[in-house]
Design a protein around this ligand. Structure first.
Ligand SMILES: Cc1cc2nc3c(=O)[nH]c(=O)nc-3n(C[C@H](O)[C@H](O)[C@H](O)COP(=O)(O)OP(=O)(O)OC[C@H]3O[C@@H](n4cnc5c(N)ncnc54)[C@H](O)[C@@H]3O)c2cc1C
Length: 506
């Protein structure tokens, strides 16, 4: 279906003919069609590339008048960044890609939605600053991650998730009104997310991201941290054989294995209580093996060499301190915690691989290798609660996953989940990454059954294994576990988006 000529002409008048298209070859490149998404998505009827907040506002107003759904997108790594039904337009924000300000004194950056990780990260790092960067890859939108999607990241043990770092926001609401939140609304700058009056962070982002359903964020400020470890990163080699070194007496990587999840869990809790280390994570061995290899043959060779057994329960720790004395102190505590809980250092070959990739910005680039085997990124769970509860969720996976790994539906890697503590162990995040033969159409329905079973098991156990985010089927199912989240979100959406045009999914 195409837009009415009248609506198309009005939209074109906003952005100019060069920045709107309804050509089939353009639209087909902007449809979700990746192997891990086992259902068809509609094509958008047009795609627009606005260049300013005012243009976004004008587009949104026209969409309301004609009842056209709109979906904001940047890198499109998320399936929710595409049209799900007819009569939709994609608002692609890649032209709005300016870093407006990096304030070194008050430690924040003001960015537009099209600013990619690869643009911002080196800029802040060379100023001795950093931020909680997601592993999505260099092309991911920083703003989308901080304002609209989950925001978990590998370094959150010593810091936190993206939602904690969101400051002032400028946003076009679903009806076209522009709001500016926090200190911004009083003309006091971008530094403060709330007040005077009620905070709007829960509306803008919540915990897990609203995926554009309550409006389009056109500018946002994010808080920056002083960078841990050296500001200079030394790179060697050419992709896919690059190595990245953090040359410093204040940076050290240690990797341990544990005999079971219980002892690994105790060690993570203790490291949090001691408030040491920048990164602490129980990593997943299947992605790790893919990341360590650069071809399918090399993967199988390593996988069959016993790495699965050796690395079933790995704990990766990055110590990144501000002085040599502090590093010695943290290393002593880490050694005690590992020893007391039965942690054993892994082979130097594995530990040195982590040492050469520990800057997670580069690991993002490497993380794309994971897509080689699975063909897509289809993690499930992604919830958060205490470290112990996340370990309980992790333990429970073995009660149903074997029905799918033993029959060959899923790749046989039942412990391939990661648990990442945050804020020195006050909370933690879990992610189960499973893989299957995407070229085999008969496997897909079985994979659907597996994900449904995993969710049903969590709901029956009252586990906070998965978080509701935007208003969709998942929120409807999980809502009762979270104080009827779905009912409250529906009311908010109905009052902000009376025409239900902002990325509707129900
Ligand atoms: C390999 C891989 C690894 C990943 N790792 C992580 C990770 O470690 N942590 C993490 O949090 N996520 C991760 N993701 C998920 C997701 O891609 C990221 O959260 C990403 O930062 C979102 O940015 P994007 O450019 O991909 O956004 P898009 O996919 O373009 O958009 C994401 C969602 O936000 C909405 N949106 C986009 N821009 C705006 C805006 N300006 N205003 C309102 N809504 C908007 C879109 O409609 C869509 O629903 C990963 C994805 C992949 C493929």
């Amino acid at each position: 279906m195409s837009l009415s000529r009248e609506a198309y002409r009005e939209l074109a008048a906003v952005v100019g003919d060069a920045y709107i298209s309804e050509k089939e070859h353009i639209l087909s490149g902007n449809r979700v069609k990746t192997p891990e998404i086992p259902f068809e998505y509609h094509s958008a009827d047009a795609i627009l590339l606005p260049g300013s907040t005012e243009e976004v506002q004008a587009i949104v107003k026209i969409c309301n008048r004609y009842g056209i759904s709109f979906i904001p997108t940047v890198s499109g790594c998320s399936a929710d960044a595409f049209a799900k039904h007819a009569n939709s337009v994609i608002i692609h924000l890649k032209r709005m890609n300016r870093i407006i300000e990096i304030n070194e004194e008050d430690r924040f950056a003001v960015i537009e939605p099209g600013v990619r990780q690869v643009q911002l990260y080196p800029e802040v790092r060379r100023r001795g600053l950093s931020y909680t960067a997601a592993s999505v890859g260099p092309g991911g939108s920083v703003l989308a991650n901080f304002t609209s999607t989950s925001g978990d990241n590998h370094t959150q043990h010593g810091t936190s998730r993206a939602n904690r770092y969101l400051l002032g926001v400028e946003m076009v609401l679903p009806d076209g009104e522009i709001v500016r939140t926090g200190s911004l609304q009083t003309g006091s700058g971008w530094f403060c997310p709330d007040g005077p009056g009620p905070g709007l962070r829960g509306i803008v982002k919540g915990y897990f991201g609203i995926h554009g359903q309550l409006g389009i964020v056109t500018r946002a400020a994010i808080a920056l941290d002083p960078c841990r470890g050296p500001r200079e990163i030394r790179a060697e080699g050419v992709s896919p054989h690059q190595r990245v070194y953090l040359d410093s007496d204040c940076s050290k990587v240690r990797v341990f294995t544990f005999k079971d999840l219980g002892s690994l869990c105790d060690a993570m809790v203790k490291l949090g209580e001691a408030e040491i280390a920048s990164t602490v994570q129980k990593f997943f061995y299947l992605p790790m093996t893919l990341m360590m290899t650069d071809s399918a043959n090399a993967f199988w060779e390593k996988w069959n060499s016993g790495i699965k057994e050796e690395m079933a329960m790995p704990l990766v720790v990055h110590l990144a301190t501000r002085s040599v004395e502090e590093l010695e102190y943290e290393e002593t505590i880490l050694g005690d915690v590992a020893r007391e809980n039965g942690g054993v250092r892994v082979r130097p070959e594995i530990e040195s691989w982590w040492d050469e990739h520990m800057d997670f910005f580069m690991v993002f680039g490497v993380l794309q290798r994971v897509l080689r085997l699975g063909g897509g990124w289809a993690p499930i769970k992604l919830g958060a609660d205490s470290i112990r509860h996340m370990c309980e969720v992790g333990e429970s996976i073995s009660s149903y996953i074997h029905d799918y790994t033993d029959t060959g539906i899923l790749f046989d890697a039942p412990e391939s989940f990661q648990i990442v503590p945050m804020e020195y162990g006050h909370s933690a995040h879990i992610e189960l990454l499973f893989m299957y033969d995407r070229t085999n159409p008969s496997v897909r329905p079985e994979v659907g059954k597996f994900t449904a079973r995993a969710r049903a098991s969590d709901i029956a156990d009252h586990f906070h294994a998965e978080m509701p985010g935007c208003l969709n089927q998942t929120a409807e199912q999980l809502g009762p576990l979270y104080s009827n989240y779905h009912v409250w979100l529906r009311r908010i959406k109905e009052s902000f988006d009376t025409n239900n045009v902002a990325n509707p999914m129900l």
